[in-house]
Design a protein around this ligand. Structure first.
Ligand code: PBG
Length: 340
């Protein structure tokens, strides 16, 4: 035999594979997004996102309990207000839907990390991420509103604000607004590299945030660009971001890996709605093994360098991980000895 490496030696048994495994997914790696809506007793499944629901505030305590029992320690909140207007005022009113949700979650589980998504698209009647000037978003006029939203969430008791609007300068303005309001210890985790992606399709149904005209390509990034992502990330860190998000995750694993290599802040990956729905749909059709593909996709994000993964799969994946752990701890099966 010529000389060659026998990689298969360390793949021969599950024990050996475990021993040399480089990436291990844990329930605590996940952040679970929640869509909060007005009303009472509402638990409305999103048709394009099976097993994901719009929930009214009274449903949140059981949700928090479930997450705690699964070991998922953080949520990311999106609000669907009762009424929308041109400036998205529900996003920054003290009684806005997300502020109510923050109060409730912190009341039922003070240890749960509650993150607030800061954007205007779910709250504006035109569905755009900022204040319109004609048909374009006025970047600088929007900044002041984003600062107000961050402060409103902070006053409600949020643990982290996460701006997803992609206006330039928002981290600097939000940091200043938070500091002035007495929240200098509140972290900002910014969606620094957020692409104009077709993978957000199902989210727009979930959050009722489809733009009434046009699209988001004037502020979200071109999927073709990676260097620009690192410039965006550097700018956000410079403006005061404490950690950054790459979004979407699966089609942008190179950007996650590149960000992990270049910057010494926590990097989060957002496993977005379309990534979720594709796996769910194919799983339901019987075309793929849903559990296996889900865990493989999530593992790829962690392997690429994501410290945390924002994912609609969080609860189900955490459940599977617990089940697999329990299976691995089963008592040793005694070899069957034939008694002739
Ligand atoms: C904007 C926002 C969006 C998502 C998160 N925050 C939608 C968008 O930019 O159009 C998408 C998340 C997903 O698809 O899961 N508030």
């Amino acid at each position: 035999m010529p000389h060659f490496r026998r990689f298969r030696r360390l793949r021969a048994t599950e024990g050996l594979r475990r021993m040399v495994r480089e990436t291990v997914l844990l329930p605590g790696d996940f952040i679970y997004p929640l869509f909060v809506t007005h009303g009472h007793g509402v638990r409305r499944e999103i048709s394009s996102m099976p097993d994901v629901f719009q929930l009214s505030v009274d449903q949140l305590s059981s949700e928090a309990e479930e997450l705690r029992s699964l070991g998922v320690g953080a949520v990311l909140l999106f609000g669907i207000p009762e009424a929308k207007d041109s400036v998205g005022s529900d996003a920054y009113h003290g009684h806005g839907i997300v502020q109510q949700a923050i109060h409730e979650l912190k009341r039922v589980d003070p240890e749960l990390v509650v993150m607030g998504d800061v954007c205007m698209c779910e709250y504006t009647d035109h569905g755009h991420c900022g204040i319109l000037q004609g048909e374009t978003i006025d970047n600088d006029a929007t900044l002041e509103y984003l600062g107000r939203i961050a402060v409103a969430q902070a006053e409600a008791g949020v643990d982290v604000v996460a701006p997803s609007d992609m206006m330039d300068g928002r981290v600097a303005v939000m940091r200043q607004a938070l500091d002035r309001a007495g929240f200098s210890n509140l972290p900002i985790i910014s969606y620094a590299a957020k692409y104009a992606s077709g993978f957000y399709g199902p989210f727009r149904e979930a959050a009722e945030s489809t733009p009434q005209f046009g699209d988001r390509r004037s502020h979200q990034m071109d999927p073709a660009n990676a260097r620009e992502a690192y410039a965006e990330i550097a700018a956000d860190i410079d403006e005061g971001a404490d950690a950054i998000i790459v979004k979407p995750a699966l089609a942008y694993l190179d950007v996650i890996a590149g960000a992990r290599e270049r910057f010494d802040v926590p990097v989060l990956g957002y496993n977005v709605s379309g990534e979720y729905s594709m796996i769910k749909a194919a799983g339901r059709m019987g075309w793929i093994d849903e559990r296996r593909v889900t865990l493989e996709a999530l593992t790829s994000m962690k392997r690429a360098g994501a410290n945390q993964i924002i994912s609609y799969h969080a609860k189900e994946a955490a459940g599977w991980l617990h089940a697999m752990e329990a299976e691995a701890r089963q008592p040793v099966k005694q070899p069957v000895i034939a008694d002739d």
